[in-house]
Design a protein around this ligand. Sequence first.
Ligand code: B1M
Length: 231
Amino acid sequence: MDSDTFDNLPEALQELYIKMQDDLYDGMREEVVEATNEALQEWGQTPGEILQRGLVAGMDIVGVDFRDGILFVPEVLLAAKAMKGAMELLRPLLTDAKDVQRQGTVIIGTVKGDIHDIGKNLVGMMLEGAGFEVINLGINVDADQFLAALREYNADILGMSALLTTTMPYMRTVIQRLGEEGMRQETIVLVGGAPLTEAFAEDIGADRYCEDAAVAVEAAKAFMEMKRRNS
Ligand code: B1M
């Protein structure tokens, strides 16, 4: 978020967000959930604002200190648990698809070798909220599992997530398998995760790189619209 927008918030709300970020950093689940509740109930903040101003901003700080060797896996796991606690509170608000036109079915998962799931789960929730049926295969998902789920649910979209430079190449393997099994044409492939780029997505033959959950929702809707028009 640009700092001007943050600076224009009432001081007490800025303090709440800073505390939320600090508590997330310290892995204090209960406090992060409480602050999320306060932002929702007392400040009328939307789930998107809370994610952007508090939770994702806090996790970015964790990421920098993890990279720099200031935080280690156990601390980062606690921060992840705190973030997941807050996401559970936001889940009903993000997934409520009342009055929303039914869209298609999405199979989503984090690729083989990778256990990061916070961003992928967020994408899944936001897609549900936009009217998609979302089948979340979890983490460490291999090509066979992706393909089997696409067939089982007759799904329109495959969403893959990778947070490691060592696991992102596996997306190419899955896309190649789709081709070998004659399923590539009928499957819209969206990919995302912090280390990815548009060029990488293009190179592996994905339909679209989604830098965040909002872009994933926009892309999924646009591709479904195109699919409906062409059918
Ligand atoms: Co990991 N980790 N981690 N980690 N971890 C990163 C990714 C890292 C960048 C940290 C760092 O060094 N700065 C680094 C990767 C370096 C690299 O490859 N370039 C790293 C590393 C090295 C590791 C280990 C190897 C550490 C170790 O063991 N020595 C290990 C790997 C384990 C494995 O996967 N095999 C590891 C482990 C862990 C934890 C288990 C401790 C924990 C994960 C807990 C969990 O997810 N349940 C963890 C965490 C939390 C992180 C950081 C700090 C935060 C990730 C996150 O949740 N971000 C991360 C640093 C960072 O990314 N800045 C880091 C918040 C989330 C909302 O954002 O996931 O980017 P993000 O999702 C966004 C978009 O990317 C996009 O939309 C989301 C929402 O807007 N998006 C999609 C994501 N997936 C999408 C799919 C789509 C569309 C959009 O489909 C359509």
